[in-house]
Design a protein around this ligand. Sequence first.
Ligand SMILES: O=C[C@H](O)[C@H](O)[C@H](O)COP(=O)(O)O
Length: 229
Amino acid sequence: MNSADQRELKKHVGKEAVKHVKDGMVLGLGSGTTIKYMVDALSERIKNEGLDIIGVPTSNKTKRYAESLGITTKDVDKVDHIDLTIDGADQIDKNFQGIKGGGAAHLMEKIVAINSDRNMWIVDESKMVKKLNYPLPLEVIPYGSGQLYRRLNRMGLHPKFRQSGHGGKLTTDSGDYIIDLGLPEITTPVQLGEKLDSMTGIVEHGLFLNIVNTIIVEHADGPETIEAR
Ligand SMILES: O=C[C@H](O)[C@H](O)[C@H](O)COP(=O)(O)O
């Protein structure tokens, strides 16, 4: 799929997702390019229908963008519940396990996701795969990250520090680094997730396991809604 086609699918699925938004909702707002289109469509609905929506952003970028369109936002700690979170994903396998964090936002995204009553992912069809093989992001504490990198390397996990566009290591909204694991295929995501959870210095990995409830996949001929759980 070329990038112009993918952009169109992302735009369509963003519009499709906001049909599920109801007046009065506290809505988790994911991060990434697909979510930017969703936020555009959401602001249109808010303006046209006068909906009362509070957005809980999962990155500084999403917060700035949503507010620039007049959407009210609140920090995750300032709401007592989140009805629904709509987010993108980098890949989803046949068991609806996902990888997120291609945009370095997976730590905040996971915090918002686990505090949400329901989670919806919106993706173009290229992201649905049999087995996960997208570089797996780890958000890591800068202190000791060189040692952690060497440990991951010795474990054969093909680590690579993510670089920023301006040279040097990329830092997340929380001031951490990202190490991507270039695994050829993730055959046992649950076991890998548990292993990574147990390693000191890793704040959060990008495996989102048993989290999503609904997936909207955009195909060239229209959207497909899958109830995952
Ligand atoms: O860190 C970024 C997020 O997990 C995104 O939701 C994910 O990378 C998908 O992004 P996009 O919609 O830009 O492909």
